[in-house]
Design a binder for this molecule. Structure first.
Ligand SMILES: O=C(O)c1[nH]c(=O)[nH]c(=O)c1Cl
Length: 312
């Protein structure tokens, strides 16, 4: 029973990987995902300049998931390009993901130019959905801006590239975003990023649990799985089949991954549960997914990918 997959024309021995932001800040963390059963890794979203991010505490696990307002802390794109370049030489038969995010179109172009000028041979994940930089709106909710960014991006960059989207909650928004995304030769769409600006409260102290933004932060974990599955399936139904789907959100078991793939995902990313359990989680997730598949007589992901049935 195989959990291998293909994305952007590349083969991956396993369909599981980390979600950007989790276990991918530096070489110490990335080495652990690289050494795990994950099929590959994606780096922390890189910006033009290194960033220290928001004041701590800025991440809190909760009983059902997590809340974070990291504020895009990262070592800057050159750091990650160097790391990936090393991994391309050390473990050449794997393809890696570089996440990037600019604060405007010019920065997006600058980041992509840096990637083009490097020996990077992997897949770019353009993050359009960071909810935690005060004053920076989530680009993914500004449809005209998304269209302008993608028009510029595909004019200047010609390697495999996908976008990380925020969750949408309105059928008309799925229609409108899909109409925009279908205009571009995207390798994939990754749904979903955290549900932005949630609030977790410590009732004993009557205080919020993270410092930035009066305690407002992106929500991950069990809370977001129904929304994640809906976004994966909505785009799977609407997008040109050449644009694959990466499913992210609420995956903490093999069954959760099965559900994302049934909704149409070709790759699944793990955030909150990876943060809690560490990269060893990929062994359990892979085993559990294989068990779910075996119980249903499936031997490969394409046996059931996108085959969610309706009641009509
Ligand atoms: O605060 C963050 O760094 C962050 N946190 C998230 O939950 N999603 C993102 O895309 C980013 Cl960039």
């Amino acid at each position: 029973i195989s959990t291998e997959t293909t994305l952007a024309g590349y083969h991956f021995d396993n369909c599981f990987m980390n979600a950007a932001g989790v276990y991918c800040y530096d070489a110490a963390e990335l080495n652990q995902v690289q050494a795990s059963m994950a099929g590959t890794f994606v780096t922390k979203s890189a910006t033009v300049m290194p960033r220290s991010g928001n004041p701590e505490p800025r991440y809190q696990p909760t009983r059902l998931g997590s809340i974070n307002s990291m504020g895009l802390p990262n070592e800057g794109l050159p750091y990650y390009l160097d790391y990936v370049s090393q991994q391309q030489k050390a473990v050449p038969d794997k393809t890696y993901f570089q996440s990037i995010t600019g604060f405007n179109i010019e920065e997006d172009e600058q980041l992509l130019a840096q990637i083009s000028a490097s020996d990077f041979k992997g897949v770019v994940e353009l993050n359009l959905s960071c909810p935690n930089v005060p004053g920076k709106p989530q680009t993914g909710y500004d449809f005209e801006m998304v269209e302008r960014i993608l028009t510029r991006v595909f004019t200047v960059y010609h390697g495999p590239l996908g976008v990380k989207l925020p969750p949408y909650f309105d059928i008309v928004h799925f229609d409108q975003m899909a109409a925009i995304l279908n205009q571009f030769p995207l390798a994939f769409v990754n749904s979903v990023n955290s549900i932005g600006n949630g609030l977790k409260i410590d009732v004993a102290t009557e205080r919020v649990v993270i410092k930035p933004k009066h305690g407002f932060g992106g929500i991950g974990g069990d809370y977001i799985k129904p929304t994640a599955l809906a976004n994966v399936h909505a785009f799977y139904q609407r997008l040109n089949p050449a644009i694959q789907i990466i499913g992210t959100g609420g995956i903490k078991s093999g069954q959760d991954a099965f559900e994302h793939i049934l909704c149409g995902a070709s790759m699944v990313q793990v955030g909150t549960a990876l943060q809690k359990e560490g990269p060893i989680i990929f062994e359990r997730l892979t085993r559990e997914l294989q068990t779910s598949m075996a119980q249903k007589g499936y031997t490969k992901l394409s046996d059931f990918r996108g085959k969610l049935q309706y009641l009509d």
